[in-house]
Design a protein. Structure first.
Length: 406
């Protein structure tokens, strides 16, 4: 089962980016369930009913919130009308709306989603989040009343988030943090099998201060005096979150990976072209392919199922090549990944493993990279992209990929 969690939508630019990109992600990645945190979607403060409904219509199955849930007064009235809208579960009894619920995924699985708010450096200080989680888990244990259990832990302190993850480890499918709007680098699967990430980041303009126009926050840090209100930034948005594959048998995480789309978190490439800074592994792979004189997409290769061929280059590189662009038709990336069965690292010996994608153009290469990283979260794999079998120069895309363009 595949699930996508997207971090806090911030302002119009963040929510519109989610609305525009989410339908394609659901289709391309064959997602079974989508959760979006929407607490900053209305100008950076709270969420309106119209924004909530538009997010659901775009493909979200549940919208979670946090400490800004009541910033828009209408939320008090509509919270109780929509099952797919969650506020933190550890608000006192009698608070409008609900903090958890069981929902049905596209594959029919029962998904328990719970929204919990931390207490360290948070306002208002709610009921004990650990006791609240215990109550929720006792009412619907994993693989009894729920096939998967997801916690959106909305909190400031990473220590509190990490301890919460360990508290439910083995009893939940995923704990993902929200609130700080900055994606963390600790996406992992805990010892008991629970997927974890301290913060999913935000869906918004990253040329900002946590999604807000940077001028007023910067002024207050320097002058200690306000000049105006905080306003949501309006530049191009990056959507950011976490993708996870959950075992149908155990309800625990099998794979997890940070997910993002947009320019905000991408390192710029040099305008002069040529090989630019990448990880030493990716550069070594690029040089080895060139030195071997064996470029990707050799016409003599016989591509098998879904255009895949496996070969060895000089006994140094194990190459798994996919042709995603043949006669102008791009094969669905998700279909290709389902056919990809990479050997474990222990079986490679001294060989380096490359997954090579022959694609139509650079935008296709970029989209393919993000989807492959989501579905194949292997740190020992270097992804190489070839544009119509014409590798001439390398452009930096990430620390684990080299893109070839003509």
């Amino acid at each position: 089962m595949r699930l996508l969690f997207l971090g806090d939508m911030v302002g119009k630019t963040g929510r519109v980016a989610v609305w525009e990109k989410l339908p394609g992600l659901v289709a391309d990645l064959k997602l079974d369930f989508v959760i979006v945190n929407g607490e900053n979607a209305a100008g950076g403060f709270g969420i309106t009913e119209d924004i909530f409904l538009e997010t659901i219509n775009a493909g979200a199955d549940v919208v979670t919130t946090g400490n800004h849930v009541w910033d828009q007064k209408e939320a008090v009235s509509f919270a109780g009308r929509h099952e797919q809208f969650l506020r933190p579960a550890n608000y006192p009894a009698g608070t409008p709306g609900k903090g958890s619920g069981i929902f049905y995924a596209r594959n029919g699985a029962r998904i328990l989603v719970a929204n919990i708010m931390g207490r360290v450096f948070m306002h208002p200080e709610l009921d004990d989040p650990f006791k609240s989680a215990e109550t929720i888990l006792a009412a619907a244990p994993l693989k009894e009343q729920a096939d998967a259990i997801i916690f959106d832990f909305h909190a400031e302190a990473t220590s509190e988030k990490q301890c919460f993850g360990h508290f439910v480890d083995g009893r939940a499918s995923l704990v993902v943090g929200t609130h700080t709007h900055v994606p963390t680098a600790d996406c992992q699967i805990l010892n008991g099998g629970t997927g974890y990430m301290s913060d999913a980041g935000m869906c918004g303009d990253y040329d900002s201060s946590l999604g807000m126009d940077k001028e007023e926050p910067l002024n207050r840090f320097i002058s200690k005096m306000p000049k105006g209100r905080f306003e949501a930034a309006t530049g191009p948005a990056t959507i950011c979150g976490l993708g996870i594959e959950i075992s149908d048998a155990t309800g625990l995480a099998e794979r997890s990976s940070r997910s993002g789309s947009g320019r905000g978190l991408r390192r710029p490439s040099r305008p002069s072209g040529g090989e630019v800074s990448t990880s030493s592994t990716a550069v070594a792979a690029f040089r080895a392919v060139v030195k071997a004189g064996r470029f990707l997409g050799d016409p003599a290769d016989e591509f098998a199922d879904l255009g895949m061929v496996e070969k060895s280059l000089d006994g140094r590189i194990r190459l798994f090549e996919f042709r995603l662009a043949e006669q102008g038709m791009d094969l669905p990336v998700a279909d290709a990944v389902e056919k990809l069965r990479l050997p474990p690292a222990s079986a490679l010996g001294d060989e380096m493993m490359l997954v090579a994608l022959v694609v139509g153009d650079q935008p296709i290469a970029q989209r393919a990279y993000f989807r492959f990283r989501l579905l194949v979260p292997r740190d020992d794999v270097v992804f190489v992209f070839s544009h119509h079998r014409s590798p001439v120069r390398a452009i930096h895309l990430s620390n684990s990929a080299v893109v070839f363009t003509p």
